[in-house]
Write a protein that binds this ligand. Sequence first.
Ligand code: IPM
Ligand code: MN
Length: 372
Amino acid sequence: MKLSIAHLSGDGVGPEVTKQAVKCLQVVGEIFGHKINFKEALVGEVAMAKTGEALPDSTLKLCKESDAILFGTVRNSKNNRDLDGIMKPESGLIKLRKELELFANIRPVKVFPSLIEKSPLKKSVIKGTDFVVYRELIGGIYHGDKSINKEKTVATDVCTYSESEISRIAHLAFKAAKVRRNKVSLVDKANGLETSRLWRRVVNKISESYPEVTLEELFIEEAVMEMILRPKQFDILLTSNMFGDILSDEGGVIGGSIGLLPSASVGDKYALFEPIHEVLLHQKGTNKANPIASILSAAMILDHFGLDEESRAIVIAVLKSMKKGIVTPDIEKESTYGTEEVGDYIASKITDSEENLTFSRENIWLGKSTII
Ligand code: IPM
Ligand code: MN
């Protein structure tokens, strides 16, 4: 297969972690005989410094011409939060998602067996955790009208959802549940928000077309609590943009480090893959950032294009690094392995051997979560 990938490393630890993901994809290309080409483009604060825009037109153009986007993180400087400016680095990512109509952000949360002791939660609570957050990504409060009065004493963010916006991601969530454990948990605030009541109406109606899938409804405050108390109960969590942002970071804590979790943002035409963590500025340039979220995002790219065996080869190499203790200091405090060493080790363990084919199904991390 021929794949062209737009590599938008961005700011913070983005360049360091995506470099490892690129390395792994290059190895996959060599071993499995695929032509995977990368083209780099600017986004975020580095783009602002060079072009004045967080999302230059040339970057958007490249993304539209590519099969997939490998994204790092955005924001480089801690102290220059220009609260009034519209050209904040994050706007580059938010605009890119909107322009490409990446309406579904898919964030799998699974506890890695060999890291189970690293979680702040009890082993008995988290063992077997395996859920996926389906977060609506281009609507809701992130994208509604925003305003502040002249005196800067009153501000407004409008939250709007339409039936069609809810319905397209809901269908994806139900389809995903059908090939998993047949359960969708809708997370909202229907006791306070009109948009949440619309979500409930639309999702309930859609659930009638998926009789094998059980639908449950939870308020956001219940969901955050249940996720910590009984994470195993969840299969697919379906939710709006802002609640999904919060829930997926919370999910990152369960497995011991947010540096482990990948994500896919998909629409009808384009797909973007990025870690769920943010810039981790304190780790920038220290070779300490965990590259696994980005490497698993690369595995999700392969999964998205139906390259199951290739995706599995990356996941298995990741599992081997964990088993061997070749991990960054966020996992093992005393570890002397850095971003680069962990990336090298994982890349060196990618093979198309029999061992991978017979690796227990249970250990396979991603599954077909990103296929629309
Ligand atoms: C994420 C991030 C972004 C978001 C930021 C960087 C705009 O937190 O992808 O979760 O809030 O969506
Ligand atoms: Mn976030």
